[in-house]
Design a protein around this ligand. Structure first.
Ligand code: TRP
Length: 329
């Protein structure tokens, strides 16, 4: 077992949507053969912004776990767990907080941005400022080398590298390798209104949406606003439906709908029907597995418990070194 270690997590802050699936989860699945992968649900991170009403966390954690497995993560290949089941993450977070300069944390772009975006929440808390420190603990406690994340997470990863380096420097050790981002060239998935698919824009197709809901969502999706009537010619590039075709349809279908849109030879519903067929084909195996799992939470719990056991073991090995390096018993 000399595979390099990969670690990634998803915050339990809502239901998983098609954008998360295409942009992240499918990539996790593709890494599980080549690497020693650790994947987890970050439920503590959900508290950093959701502490005042945490009732969503349990459902979101369950939704993520179901989808991890339904999308093809294999508990025999990857270590799958829930963050709060491995208390060593919290211990390392505490110890790293001792060496993390405030200035570094205040400079992380998402710190100010989120506070601006979520004005209704009081995010001038210690926990929210420490978000990247907890994330650092998540990563380096497994001494992971690669962290598959999207570009938006790169500033967090940069902090993780800096904190790891600072620890090694302060205690003259090489306990922690500096984790590297594993950026993947996945297409950005647009939502029903053409903006990036996101739960906060209310424009997402969720993996938990039943087929008739997915069908309706795509049927009522925005298209090129210039095509008001069936006979109007359109520009496919201005239609979010076409952006999704680029991800889910064959080359021939993409050419067919692009041509049909420009010449008005096909209507928007014809174009959408092809997309619906392809999205259904893509989601059907996932729906099938979801159906098998959704009413059997005990299976999911078993998977997470088994994963957590292995994770705790690995994390504890690192913590022994960390405690020693920091002069503790
Ligand atoms: N911040 C990530 C998100 O928003 C979740 C996360 C927590 C994470 N800890 C991590 C991602 C460690 C990668 C590595 O979904």
């Amino acid at each position: 077992m000399n595979k390099e270690r990969v670690l990634s997590g998803m915050q339990a802050s809502g239901k998983l949507h098609l954008g998360n699936l295409v942009g992240a989860l499918k990539n996790w699945v593709s890494l599980q053969d080549k690497y020693d992968c650790f994947y987890f649900v970050a439920d503590w991170h959900a508290l950093t912004t959701g502490y005042a009403d945490p009732s969503f966390i349990k459902d979101s954690t369950a939704d993520l776990l179901v989808n991890f497995i339904a999308a093809g993560l294999d508990p025999d290949k990857a270590t799958i767990f829930i963050q709060s089941m491995v208390p060593q993450h919290a211990e390392l977070h505490l110890l790293l907080s001792m060496i993390s300069p405030l200035g570094w944390l205040e400079r992380v772009p998402s710190y100010k941005e989120k506070q601006e975006q979520l004005k209704e929440k009081d995010l001038s808390t210690y926990g929210f400022l420490g978000y990247p420190v907890l994330q650092t603990a998540d990563i380096i406690i497994y001494r992971a080398k690669h962290v598959p994340v999207g570009v938006d997470q790169m500033p967090h990863l940069e902090i993780s590298r800096e904190i790891a380096r600072r620890f090694n420097y302060l205690y003259s050790t090489d306990v922690f390798p500096e984790p590297e981002g594993l950026l993947t060239q996945f297409p950005k998935v647009v939502g029903l209104d053409g903006r990036k698919m996101s739960k906060s824009y209310d424009n997402a197709i969720y993996l938990s949406d039943p087929p008739d809901v997915v069908d309706r969502k795509i049927r009522t999706m925005m298209t090129d606003p210039a095509r008001k009537r069936r006979g109007d010619r359109g520009d496919p590039e201005l239609s979010p439906v076409f952006q999704l075709h680029k991800i889910f349809s064959t080359k021939e279908e993409i050419e067919f709908v692009a041509h049909g849109c420009r010449t008005a030879e096909i209507g928007c519903i014809d174009c959408k029907k092809i997309l619906i067929k392809n999205v259904f084909e893509y989601l059907e195996p996932i729906w099938k597995k979801r159906d098998e799992l959704v009413n059997r939470p005990e299976i999911l719990f078993e998977i997470a418990e088994k994963g957590a056991e292995k994770a705790r073991h690995e994390a504890e090995e690192t913590m022994k070194l960390v405690r020693k390096n920091m002069g503790l018993i």
